[in-house]
Write a protein that binds this ligand. Structure first.
Ligand SMILES: Cc1cc2nc3c(=O)[nH]c(=O)nc-3n(C[C@H](O)[C@H](O)[C@H](O)COP(=O)(O)OP(=O)(O)OC[C@H]3O[C@@H](n4cnc5c(N)ncnc54)[C@H](O)[C@@H]3O)c2cc1C
Length: 507
């Protein structure tokens, strides 16, 4: 069964839970003040709305404390919502799916526990930000690069378990996770994969498990709280080339998509390219919004020995130069260079975090500019990409929104991310954008393009779209939820999965 709104429900005995939390954590680690809790509202919903407010926040510093918090929540049947940095903006930020939940804020568990330069991995606590991981890698000798998303303030754990994306060869962040420690909804502490052996030498170097691989159960699921995570990293390359294609029109879009797929499949391009629509770049590679309707920019990179990069560039030129009107350019940096990059676009593909992209976004409605991203996934075929872009642009034209799109490429698939900007102080506009999203979801669902990640408000609608065999997938998720979290205390409603007590209450 799927539900469309958070429901009025018995959320347990919050007062008793708070007293027990205080006994374990101390009162300084608990926030109940209404004004202070406003920090944990979603900045991208209507600013005056209290529809998604938490009742309290707790800030543990150890795995054992997390386990105690979960046990207390079970005793008093109080729902918990978890974040690592809580910067999940455009998907709900730090806010809970069920109002009145207690937030488990993991920002104070922020140690980089290990950097293994030889085997190219790190082990992080959940509060570690991309900025922190970058600093730790540089301090350890600089022979490792991490992939990063566009903003450096998010957490490695939160972003990666949500299938977040970056732009280096390690840009599919969930793929980098190897070996997690997780607190289950009953408080038990488990280590996945090879880490299940106490003295394991292989926890973070071998990805599979003995028997079923359960790591994925803790991705975007609300089935556990990750307290430690192994994370694979890229060996610093000798050289790195930031590369761009620029072109106009459908034919060039289709041809360049097909050509890029082939270069990704044959290993010439190993990073995760992006095709942007609605922006242009200055000479330093800094973006600004461009009203020009048909300009497309493809950003990708090459990494490795200089002479190999030159040979790869020559192979790319041979193919892309045949596309009429397409222009190419590249900027090459030494792998050891971490300071002289021209702009954000060159830094982000070298794993150097910043916050620059916020300025671009704030150019739309000022400092508080909000946006809702719509992100259906389809096959990486030129003709499909053109057709989908037209369909999505048409949906934007209907609503009067400007069409700003970033296609995120993998060798076989493309996430068609488009962004609806709005002023979160404008209640009508904000409601309109969330309603437009629902309409777009329906159209793309009919096309067979599921979305990969969504805002709190649309989680039920998205989960319901996986309708094969009477929503067998959702029903299986519910069976697992009920088995692992019988009291329904951990992240109820996350990804559209509700524990039994919530499902029964909504009948
Ligand atoms: C301008 C802009 C640009 C962006 N660019 C990108 C981009 O390039 N790539 C990208 O992927 N995203 C991007 N985002 C989306 C988002 O901001 C980032 O993904 C961000 O890193 C997520 O926040 P976080 O890391 O703090 O995650 P959190 O908010 O901490 O966590 C996200 C979710 O993961 C789960 N979770 C978190 N921690 C745990 C845990 N320890 N155990 C179990 N579950 C947990 C929770 O359900 C939580 O809601 C962008 C957003 C904006 C506004």
């Amino acid at each position: 069964m799927s539900m469309t709104q958070p429901i009025a429900h018995d959320l347990g005995d919050i007062e008793k839970a708070l007293a027990d939390f205080a006994a374990v954590l101390g009162t300084d680690a608990i926030i109940t003040d209404h004004a202070a809790l406003r920090e944990f509202r979603d900045p991208f919903t209507y600013r005056e709305s209290d529809e998604w407010d938490a009742a309290a926040a707790v800030l543990p510093t150890t795995t054992e404390q997390v386990s105690e918090i979960v046990k207390i929540a079970n005793r008093h049947r109080v729902p918990l919502w978890v974040f690592s940095q809580g910067r999940n903006n455009t998907y709900g930020g730090p806010a809970p799916r069920v109002p009145g939940s207690v937030i488990v804020n993991l920002r104070n568990m922020n140690r980089v526990l290990e950097v293994n330069e030889e085997l190219a991995y790190a082990v992080v606590e959940p509060g570690v930000r991309w900025f922190d991981l970058y600093d730790a890698l540089e301090a350890a000798g600089g022979r490792l690069w991490t992939s990063i998303p566009d903003l450096g303030w998010g957490s490695v754990v939160g972003n990666s378990t949500e299938y977040g994306r970056g732009y280096t060869p390690y840009g599919d962040h969930a793929e980098n996770i190897c070996g997690v420690e997780v607190v289950l909804p009953d408080g038990e502490i488990v280590r996945t994969g090879m880490g299940g052996m106490t003295n394991s030498q292989s926890s973070h170097v071998y990805k599979h498990a003995f028997g079923p691989n359960l790591q994925g159960l803790f991705h975007s699921s609300g089935l556990g709280i990750i307290t430690k995570m192994g994370y694979w990293l890229q060996r610093r390359p000798e050289a790195y080339a930031s590369c761009w294609l620029s072109f106009r029109g459908d034919e060039a879009l289709a041809a360049s998509v097909d050509a890029m797929r082939e270069f990704m499949l044959d290993g010439t391009v190993t990073n995760y390219p992006v095709i942007l629509h609605g922006v242009e770049l200055d000479g330093d590679g800094n973006p600004s919004f461009s009203p020009e309707a048909d300009l497309w920019l493809t950003r990708f990179a090459l990494y490795g020995r200089s002479e190999i990069i030159d040979a790869q560039w020559a192979a790319l030129e041979e193919v892309f130069s045949q596309i009429p009107g397409l222009t190419m350019r590249r900027r090459v940096y030494a792998g050891t260079d971490r300071t002289s990059h021209a702009g954000h676009e060159d830094r982000v593909m070298a794993g150097i975090p910043d916050m620059d992209i916020l300025e671009l976004f704030q150019s739309v409605y000022g400092e508080d500019t909000a946006h809702l991203d719509f992100s259906p996934v389809g096959p990486l075929r030129g003709a499909d990409v053109v057709e989908t872009a037209h369909l999505m642009r048409g949906l934007y034209e209907k609503t009067g929104e400007r069409f700003f799109s970033g296609l995120m490429l993998s060798p076989r698939s493309v996430i068609h991310i488009s962004t609806m900007f709005f002023d979160p102080h404008d209640e009508t506009q904000t409601a309109g954008v969330y309603a437009n999203y629902s309409a777009m979801l329906e159209v793309m669902g009919k096309r067979g393009y599921p979305v990969y990640r969504t805002h709190l408000q649309h989680m039920d609608a998205v989960a319901a779209q996986f309708d094969f065999n009477d929503n067998a997938l959702l029903r299986l998720n519910e069976r697992i939820k009920d088995a692992v979290d019988p009291n329904g205390i951990l992240q109820p409603g996350k990804s559209g999965v509700w524990a039994r007590r919530f499902r029964e209450a909504s009948r």
